[in-house]
Design a protein around this ligand. Structure first.
Ligand code: NAD
Length: 419
């Protein structure tokens, strides 16, 4: 059994530590946030996919521990890097965290160690950016230490596919790097897919996310056309999804959210420009998806006008669900935040209810009790499973349902208006 260090104890790092510990390895989580480290060492999980009972059992058995001290990396057989890869204010890749951490790892790098980058990034990052920093240690990649890229595919909140059961794609800098990385993952996850290079593995992850972004943009565009044609996009998607082949279901909504889809595609469009290439599908999908909160604001305004003879300005609007997707507390890039801002700018008095998000300090709001009748309009932005939407529709004066949570037929059914 090996000791696996995981740098970055977040949505990716903590489930990875659990999977390696489940397989009998020792997992050491390294994070700069001391409070997170203390919590983990008490066996308290802040990641919904890893229950505290499971974490605590591993901590008590000595299989999982956490530290803020990079020096502890020296004792690891492998170092997996699961750090954030955000966009800068100019919407360009910001690798600062990753590159700073690579320098920290470099000064502790040991002969024979395997380093695997799991963060989503553009093709070339592992070879062009990370390898030189690690080689500043004096050790050579592929000979003295081993380097690979293996994208994380976790979908927080999903139960049918987990870090263990989702196939893991691996591409190393050399054949020996790939062999060692494949061997490591095969000891903990169900299936490992080998590709010929880190670049192929890096682009694989981006293709997966761009595929989602483009298809979501397609249904979002059709939802806007359906609004003009008086059709119910949900009825059309449901019907198309009955085709047993050649169609995959994607749903419209108030816009993209989360750490991945609004960010990752632009890592590729940025890199593509170095090759005099413009990734037009990515840009177009970004444009359509970014417009959705604006379209949804118009829809709410229209519903208030026609359904309640009220203007948006001065109306009390309850945003129901603010997390970026159902049944999680993750707020990163949530389209609800944009929608709240737009509603406020238009003069609405906005409150929200979300059982997973008690406070929204960025907007000076906290979750209000769910009393649909207290508002001029309730807009369902994120449909958490714990809420009875039939009851909401019953008690509300007017509902704008951006998720088809009420299950009504047609675009407008009584007081329910659907996207
Ligand atoms: N969240 C997802 O669903 C998901 C899925 C697939 C891939 N990814 C990718 O995985 C990577 C990590 O994402 P995440 O969602 O786990 O991020 P996260 O924000 O949940 O976790 C990152 C952790 O890294 C820590 N950290 C920041 N700087 C550090 C440093 N210098 N040294 C040590 N720790 C540091 C933070 O404190 C945090 O705990 C990103 O590239 C992301 O795109 C995320």
């Amino acid at each position: 059994m090996s000791t696996i260090a995981i740098v970055g104890a977040g949505y990716v790092g903590v489930p990875l530590a659990r999977v390696f510990a489940d397989a009998g390895h020792t997992a050491l989580l390294v994070d700069i946030q001391a409070d997170r480290v203390e919590q983990l060492n008490r066996g308290e999980s802040y990641i919904e996919d890893v229950p505290s009972e499971v974490l605590k059992a591993h901590v008590d058995a000595g299989l999982v521990s956490a530290t803020t001290d990079y020096d502890e990396l020296a004792g690891a057989d492998a170092i997996l890097v699961a750090l954030p890869t955000p966009l800068s204010a100019q919407r360009e890749p910001d690798l600062t965290i990753l590159l700073d951490a690579s320098r920290e790892i470099s000064t502790r790098l040991q002969r024979g160690q395997l380093v695997v980058l799991e963060s989503t990034t553009y093709p070339g990052t592992t070879r062009e950016r990370v390898a030189p920093l690690l080689e500043a240690s004096g050790l050579k990649a592929g000979e003295d230490f081993y380097l690979a890229f293996s994208p994380e595919r976790v979908d927080p909140g999903r139960e049918d596919w987990t870090t263990k059961t989702t196939p893991k794609v691996v591409g190393g800098l050399t054949e020996e790097c790939t062999r060692r990385a494949v061997e490591l993952y095969a000891s903990a996850v169900d299936k490992v897919i080998e590709v010929s290079s880190p670049e192929a593995a890096e682009l694989t992850k981006l293709l997966e996310n761009i595929f989602r972004s483009v298809n979501i943009a397609l249904v979002n565009e059709l939802a806007q056309l359906c609004d003009r044609m008086g059709l119910d996009i949900w009825e059309v998607v449901d019907a198309a999804a009955t085709k047993p082949f050649g169609f995959m279901r994607f749903e419209p909504g108030p816009g993209l959210g989360g750490h991945c889809l609004p960010v990752d595609p632009f890592y590729l469009s940025w890199k593509a420009r170095q090759f005099d290439f413009y990734t037009e599908f990515i840009e177009l999908a970004g444009k359509v998806n970014q417009n959705m909160p604006y379209f949804c604001r118009s829809l709410i305004s229209q519903a208030l006008n026609h359904g309640a003879q009220r203007s948006l300005s001065g109306s009390k609007v309850l945003v129901l669900g603010v997390a970026y997707k159902a049944d999680v507390s993750d707020m990163r890039e949530s389209p609800a935040l944009k929608l709240i801002e737009l509603l406020r700018t238009a003069g609405a008095d906005v409150a929200y209810h979300d059982p997973h998000v008690p406070e929204l300090p960025t907007h000076g709001l906290s979750s209000q009790p769910l009393e649909p009748g207290d508002y001029d309009c309730v807009t369902i932005v994120t449909a958490h499973g714990s809420i009875d939407y039939g009851d909401v529709a019953e008690r509300a004066k007017l509902v704008v349902d951006l998720r088809n949570a009420t299950g009504r037929n047609g675009r407008v059914d009584g007081k329910v208006w659907k996207l």
